[in-house]
Unconditional design. Structure first.
Length: 228
């Protein structure tokens, strides 16, 4: 006979703030493997894969997003407002997630809204990478691809701060990318896997462009004037 998991009402959680954080004014941290019911806050789906989806509590900000593992194809799409009942909070190889299988949980769409825009400079994200885990972000830096790795991954260096960021192709078709390609304003899901944080550009979240800097016609006198 299949063993059932008994619910512990004292561990049921109602907000996307997980054991890593205890922000002022929010629910205190809870142990992993606790049951979660997200029914009293506004939660919007931000990105969808074949086996789960990312979502964020509104208003979106640091520590408000999480990955939801469904196993099968999700029944929701980006922009759906949802409730979650009887999910299980887990740290899956250090990625925070809600597993919908343990308690036979349910995800219910209750409406729609725009996916929140979160434009950020890369260096600001890197100051507290964990706080932006599973968020869909728009990194406003310009990038140049520095290395193509295996399994659809690559690295790129920011023109703005010089920092390097890893990328993965779980949404985006990166087969035509080349070392030296440049792009700006890349939008994707920021996640943690295989021991590193990386950005997964959305299908239309990255457009390569010419790296060349346009020449500007100026007089010799104007150039001299810059250095007086």
């Amino acid at each position: 006979m299949e063993e059932t998991v008994e619910k512990d009402p004292s561990l049921i959680r109602t907000s996307i703030v997980w054991p890593k954080w205890e922000p002022a004014g929010r629910t205190a941290a809870v142990a992993a493997n606790a049951e979660v019911d997200l029914t009293t806050t506004t939660i919007v789906v931000t990105a969808v894969r074949y086996n789960g989806f990312a979502c964020t509590e509104i208003p979106a900000g640091p520590q408000t997003a999480i990955w939801v593992y469904t196993g099968d194809a999700p029944t929701v799409v980006a922009g759906d407002v949802i409730t979650i009942t009887s999910g299980e909070y887990k740290e899956y190889y250090d990625l925070s997630e809600i597993d919908m299988g343990t308690y036979a949980g349910t995800v219910t769409a209750t409406g729609t809204m725009a996916v929140p825009a979160l434009p950020m400079a890369l260096d600001d994200v890197l100051l507290d990478a964990e706080a932006w885990e599973s968020h869909v972000l728009t990194i406003t830096d310009g990038f140049m691809i520095t290395e193509l790795l295996s399994y659809g991954e690559w690295t790129a260096q920011s023109f703005d701060g010089g920092s390097t960021l890893g990328f993965d192709d779980i949404f985006f078709d990166g087969t035509l990318l080349m070392v030296g390609d440049c792009y700006q304003n890349v939008t994707g899901m920021y996640t943690y896997s295989f021991g590193a944080y990386k950005l997964n550009p959305l299908v239309d979240g990255l457009v390569t462009q010419d790296c060349a800097v346009a020449n500007e016609d100026v007089s010799f006198g104007a150039v001299k004037g810059m250095y007086r």
